[in-house]
Design a protein around this ligand. Structure first.
Ligand code: HEC
Length: 141
C-alpha cells in the first residue's frame, strides 16, 4: 500500500520541525505591548470583578457560610480566595488546621475545605480581592 508507506515516511516530519524550532528558536516574536485603553476602536476589556463585601468574594455553595463564620478570626478569610491553591495544598491546609479549629466538627471541616478546594484553585482565575480585605496580611503561600 503506497499511501500508507508515504504516511509513515512523513510522520516524523512535524517532530523534526519542532526540534528545529526548539534549536533555532523560531518562536513567535514576543507578545506586543499591552494595548493602551485609549485605542478608541477597541472594545474595553471586561472590568475586573470588584468586590464590595468579603462575602461577595465567595460564590454561593455549601460550605460558604461556614467558611465565612469560621475562617476569619485568626487571619482575613479573604486570604483563602487568593493563591489558586492546588488540591494537595488545600488538603495539607485542612490537616494543618485541624488542631487550630478545635470547636469545629469533622463534617464541617470537610465541608469547608471541599468548598474551598472546588471554588479556589489553579483552574479558576484568581479573584481580584481588594487589599483592604486583607489588611492584616496573609501568610505566604
Ligand atoms: C485559630 C486560628 C485560625 C483559624 C480559626 C483559621 N486559621 Fe488559617 N491559619 C492560621 C495560622 C496560624 C496560619 C499560618 C500557619 C499555617 O499555615 O499553618 C494559617 C494559614 C492559613 C492559610 C494560608 C496558608 C498558606 O500557606 O496557604 C489559609 C489559606 C488558611 N489559613 C485558611 C483557613 C481556613 C479556610 C480556615 C477556616 C476553615 C482557617 N484558615 C481558620 C490560623 C487559623
Amino acid at each position: 500500500m503506497p499511501t500508507t508507506e508515504r504516511l509513515f515516511r512523513l510522520a516524523p516530519l512535524p517532530a523534526l520541525i519542532l526540534a528545529a524550532c526548539l534549536l533555532l528558536g523560531c518562536s513567535k516574536p514576543s507578545a506586543p505591548a499591552p494595548e493602551t485603553p485609549t485605542a478608541a476602536t477597541e472594545k474595553p476589556p471586561p472590568a475586573p470583578a470588584s468586590f464590595t463585601t468579603v462575602a461577595g468574594i465567595f460564590p454561593d455553595g455549601p460550605g460558604k457560610e461556614l467558611v465565612l463564620s469560621t475562617c476569619g478570626s485568626c487571619h482575613p478569610v479573604a486570604c483563602s480566595a487568593i493563591g489558586q491553591r492546588s488540591a494537595e495544598r488545600w488538603e495539607s491546609l485542612k490537616n494543618g488546621h485541624k488542631d487550630k479549629l478545635t470547636g469545629v466538627t469533622n463534617a464541617d471541616l470537610e465541608a469547608m475545605f471541599t468548598y474551598l478546594k472546588a471554588t479556589f484553585n489553579e483552574s479558576k482565575p484568581e479573584p481580584k480581592v481588594p487589599p483592604e480585605f486583607m489588611q492584616q496580611g496573609c501568610t505566604p503561600f
